[in-house]
Design a protein around this ligand. Structure first.
Ligand SMILES: [Fe+2]
Length: 205
């Protein structure tokens, strides 16, 4: 057991050391790096958003696995959440690419993505849709806060704010509306048809 623990610690150390760039800068000019923020809040919130998107992806992956179980067997829900997981991972990737494009990933990226435990418990399809809507609401609030922080930073990161509004806020708002609509439909179906409603709804997903 101790050997296994030591091996895990060693692996973590190797992974961490691989994530840290030890190359010298070799006097390469860095004046082009425009994202200079006196408080550092915008950059920190941007990095937090990467983690939030990856966490959301893992939560959706757990939901998809739940609906894929033979005892649950809801292929429509499973596919819906597998797709959501892929989208969230893509959101995280795009944020990382933006940071790279603005010269913010030239040093240490060790803390950019942390592994966290995913604690997902689902009672039903309605419950899963409600949890997904709550999750997306939190993500939207986080992106709104990020945009506000970056606009207020000195100097203003107006390009980043514009990019976040165009690329992220639009998708968040339509995604929330879609989930709210699905939740409303399934809830009404369950009220009138009972348990068979979830089976029928799953076929439509
Ligand atoms: Fe997202």
């Amino acid at each position: 057991m101790m050997k296994l623990f030591a091996a895990v610690l060693l692996m973590a150390a190797v992974v961490n050391s691989q994530m840290t760039c030890r190359l010298k800068q070799h006097g390469i000019p860095n004046e082009w790096v425009g994202l200079r923020d006196t408080t550092g809040k915008c950059l920190q919130e941007m990095r937090n958003q990467v983690q939030m998107e990856i966490n959301a992806s893992n939560i959706y992956l757990a939901m998809a696995a739940h609906f894929s179980r033979d005892l649950i067997n809801r292929p429509g829900f499973a596919e819906h959440f597998f797709k959501s997981a892929r989208e969230e991972r893509e959101h995280g990737r795009k944020l990382i690419e933006y940071l790279s494009m603005r010269g913010q990933l030239t040093k240490d990226v060790t803390e950019l993505i942390q592994l966290i435990d995913v604690d997902v418990k689902i009672d039903s399809g309605v419950d899963a849709l409600r949890q997904a809507l709550e999750l997306e609401t939190k993500v939207t609030q986080s992106i709104r806060s990020l945009i506000k922080t970056c606009e207020k930073s000195s100097p203003s990161w107006y390009h980043l704010s514009d990019w976040l509004i165009t690329e992220y806020l639009e998708e968040q708002l339509t995604g929330e509306r879609d989930l709210a609509g699905k939740l409303s439909t399934l809830t009404k179906m369950m009220d009138s048809q009972g348990a068979i409603a979830e089976f029928l709804f799953d076929k439509q997903l």
